[in-house]
Write a protein that binds this ligand. Sequence first.
Ligand code: FAQ
Length: 312
Amino acid sequence: MENKNFEDIFEAKMAKNEIIEPKDWMPDNYRKHLIRQISQHAHSEIVGMLPEGNWITRAPSLRSKLVLLAKVQDEGGHGLYLYTAAETLGTDRDELLNALHTGKAKYSSIFNYPTLTWADIGAIGWLVDGAAIMNQVMLQRTSYGPYARAMVRICKEESFHQRQGYEIMCHLSFGTSEQKEMAQDALNRWWYPTLMMFGPPDAESPNSENAIKWRIKRESNDQLRQRFVNQTMEQVDYLGLTVPDKNLKYNETKKAYDFSEPNWAEFKNVISGNGPCNKERLAARNEAHKKGEWVRAAAAAYAKKNKDAVAA
Ligand code: FAQ
């Protein structure tokens, strides 16, 4: 069949809102776009384990330690589903990891900020996982089958993570005045970096046009950011905290909050590798990868032994 026919079939599937599967023909740019987004997403999950992993040994109770451990392990699992989804597009996991470890690949800007107190673990679960869910609910209906299916399980687990964070914030906000101050300080530091997670404003988002056309993204960066602010403000009020934005105000006409834009120069700086923790995160990832070499070698040897036994 001519490429043109394949293209017509692909376009017809897009028009009918059908799912594209790994063996279906797809335009090169669609494939590249997915590999870029899914691998960045996978990298974000495993780099995202680092700021929280930093607090496992210092969690304030056995219960909070168990819950945090489970959460951090979930993030590792999310990375695994996503790397596997990326591999169905014909890419190689070693290549993807190499791009991360050499600083060529992007991962979410949010994980380049430090976790200074236990309240930061609350703020990450509440705000960062909250923003991740806001973005990922639409990805359960993304047009590429393996990515959409991975997102269903990821979203279920992210909801538990969001509850874990909000529980910590409730505990601190309704605790002593020092605890409330810690919660407020964490909210002050994580608010704008969380808003940046949704990506640049729509007018400056080069990938959005194709993403929306191909139903990879179903909603724009700005739409999701606005929904996140609307939803989170009820929780901020309940906690008796305030966001670090003098311009934030409910707008009766648009039935949504007006709010200040994050500092986009800071965002660009962070995604270019110059945020507060970029170097530390890459160093930790490289070291973990090196230390895992023997596990990969053992797993490969075991798989070979089984394959040889079947062949014999
Ligand atoms: N950080 O044209 P757009 C999580 C880049 S998972 C870094 O708007 P797009 C779970 C973008 O890649 C969080 N880079 O791009 C968890 C592009 O660069 P490129 C991750 C960013 O793809 C919680 C350029 O800027 N979630 O948190 C960011 O249409 C707690 C222009 O941007 C996902 O990855 C950023 N924030 O929209 C784990 C969800 N924003 O590639 C542990 C899937 C933009 O052209 C603990 N991804 N850039 O060189 C998406 O939905 C999209 O890729 C966006 C960006 C919305 C992130």
